[in-house]
Ligand binder design. Structure first.
Ligand code: PLP
Length: 199
């Protein structure tokens, strides 16, 4: 019996992709800056409502930059769900901080807030919420918990461009949100820019 192969993702490049790549080549601005970066950042701010948004080289770099800019490093702990992409964890370790794993809920595979609360120690500096497969974590509860315990809240939104909670786009609940535009994400730019914004 033959079974059809079901791809996890298949980028749709049937729009203006070739036109824009060629326009970019014509300008010779193939790195650093160029028109498309400004247009992309402005478009991103418009669709998400983020007050600030910047492109970096990918979602992993965006996460590392976010953790670094929150002054998190050796001796600190960051709470992260067990079920996520490895970059969420690697970038915590990259700063010298310790990733502390918490369970995910069996109902939706997202971070379990009761376990987050149980794993907070005097060394905890931040909670990283990961919105998987477009599903959104319980942001009101996580925001309230982070606020009451004086912790930073980082949102890894790599898989959740376009996802909202009560009309508010993911990435706008915490101190910082990061996104990815890798080939298997909701919108792709190829290897992909990461975006993050501090409030
Ligand atoms: C894809 C992904 C990343 C990393 O993004 P890249 O642009 O591939 O570096 C981080 N976190 C999650 C949850 C992801 O799915």
């Amino acid at each position: 019996m033959s079974v059809d192969f079901l791809p996890v993702y298949r980028p749709d490049l049937s729009g203006n992709e070739k036109l824009y790549v060629n326009q970019c080549l014509d300008t010779t601005w193939i790195s650093s800056i160029g028109d498309f970066i400004d247009r992309f950042e402005a478009g991103f701010r418009e669709i998400t409502g983020a007050p600030y948004a910047w492109c970096v080289s990918n979602g992993t770099v965006a996460l590392h930059l976010a953790i670094h800019c929150l002054d998190i490093g050796p001796g600190d702990e960051v709470i992260v769900p067990t079920f996520t992409y490895i970059a969420s964890v690697n970038t915590i370790a990259q700063t010298g901080a310790k990733p502390v794993f918490v369970e995910c809920r069996s109902s939706d595979w997202l971070i379990d807030i009761d376990d987050v609360e149980a794993k907070i120690t005097p060394r905890t500096k931040a909670i990283m919420a990961v919105h998987l497969y477009g599903a959104v974590c319980d942001m009101p509860a996580l925001s309230a918990l982070a606020k009451s315990r004086g912790l930073h809240l980082i949102e890894d939104c790599a898989e959740a461009l376009g996802s909202t909670y009560d009309g508010k786009h993911v990435g706008l609940f915490g101190d910082v949100g990061t996104f990815s535009f890798f080939g298997n994400k909701t919108v792709t730019t190829g290897e992909g820019y990461g975006i993050h914004g501090f409030d």
